[in-house]
Design a protein around this ligand. Structure first.
Ligand SMILES: Nc1ncnc2c1ncn2[C@@H]1O[C@H](COP(=O)(O)OP(=O)(O)OP(=O)(O)O)[C@@H](O)[C@H]1O
Ligand SMILES: [Mg+2]
Length: 330
């Protein structure tokens, strides 16, 4: 028997703006699954729709069309009592911990808040749970008594994570949770995410434009371009042997310790406009390998190096990387 995915999104579409020529198709037909205990990394350049997709999966915004199932049942409409109950099972962690915390309340009080809201138990049980949560994210009891402004950025993000984990959620949607931190603290917080994930079994959608961060925490990686997922699969296969020309360009642009990769793939054409869509593959105007079909029809997802590694690209023949693309990989 195949396991029921924790989250299953089918053909999600979200458009902002009503006037046709200015309408932004932020999410354009996304289908994805997230299994229990798995970390799915979501990559893609700024404005490609990552945060919007995260909000749709949690029901924080309603999709124009498509569906989201949580634990095998359709997600209840936002604002309903049923949705509020399911919200205890799914939490969000944002980039800026300071704006996510109340500056006037001690950290421990804020970690306790969800326990009070969701009627966790007696005062003593809540005290114990708060102490365990602070300990799990590497904060001391003394740090728990401080105000957010009295902690470092990394410690604040740990506090936000402790609060998000308070109700033992099944799903965490983390939107650029380490982007505001310096490199060293970022590495520590990323390791913490991995530890928490394996200890608690929570599933994580980890949104980041930082591919090195994704490599550190993800089991699978999905790459978005202009509202659509163009490549998806096991993290190693996608990040070490990318098949979509866009993923290849993204990966080649990651700077190493010695600066920019001299062999990075420079994208031609205009940066994508979410309001002016062209027919065919959304990436074709910037793709050095594009052929006629790329400007005519939207490519379907097809298996690449393994059945679970899938790519939406006309240039991918069954079972291999096209020579035109292979030449561009540094
Ligand atoms: N509330 C909104 N109203 C109008 N347009 C929006 C809204 N939210 C997002 N958009 C637009 O939808 C598109 C996708 O935005 P989104 O924030 O999901 O991108 P992102 O991939 O998270 O970007 P970033 O990496 O910069 O956070 C963008 O063109 C953005 O301007
Ligand atoms: Mg975003």
């Amino acid at each position: 028997m195949t396991a029921v995915p924790l989250v299953e999104a089918r053909d999600l579409v979200k458009t902002y703006g009503s006037r046709r020529q200015h309408a932004v198709r932020a999410v354009n037909g996304v289908t994805l699954k997230l299994m229990r205990g798995e970390t799915l990394g979501l990559a893609g350049e700024s404005g490609c729709g990552k945060s919007t997709l995260g909000r749709l999966l949690l029901g924080l915004e309603a999709a124009d069309s498509g569906s989201v199932d949580f634990n095998g049942s359709p997600l209840a409409p936002a604002g309903t009592a049923e949705w509020r109950r399911s919200r205890a099972r799914m939490q969000m962690v944002f980039q800026d911990p300071l704006s996510a915390l109340d500056r006037l309340l001690p950290i421990a009080t804020q970690v306790r808040e969800p326990l009070v809201i969701h009627k966790f138990g007696s005062q003593a049980q809540m005290d114990e749970r708060v102490a365990d949560l602070l300990n799990a994210v590497g904060l001391t009891a003394a740090q728990g008594r401080r105000l957010p402004g009295e902690l470092s950025g990394g410690q604040r993000q740990r506090a936000v994570l402790a609060r998000a984990l308070a109700t033992s959620p099944d799903l965490l949607v983390c939107d650029e949770p380490t982007s505001a931190l310096d490199m060293l603290v970022q590495a520590q917080v990323l390791d913490l995410f991995a530890e928490i994930q394996s200890a608690s079994g929570v599933a994580i959608l980890f949104i980041s434009h930082d591919l090195r961060a994704l490599r550190r925490v993800s089991d699978r990686v999905a790459v978005m371009y202009l509202g659509s997922i163009v490549e998806e699969g096991p993290a190693r296969q996608v990040l070490e042997a990318p098949r979509h020309p866009y993923t290849q360009a993204l990966i080649s642009s990651v700077p190493g310790v010695h600066g920019l990769n001299p062999h990075r793939i420079l994208l031609g054409g205009e940066p994508p406009s979410p309001t002016q869509r062209r027919p065919g593959c959304a990436f074709h105007p910037r793709c050095a390998s594009a052929v006629q079909a790329c400007g005519q029809t939207v490519p379907a997802f097809r298996p690449a190096s393994s059945p679970s590694h899938r790519v939406a690209c006309h240039l991918l023949p069954t079972g291999g990387t096209p020579a035109a693309i292979a030449r561009t990989v540094a």
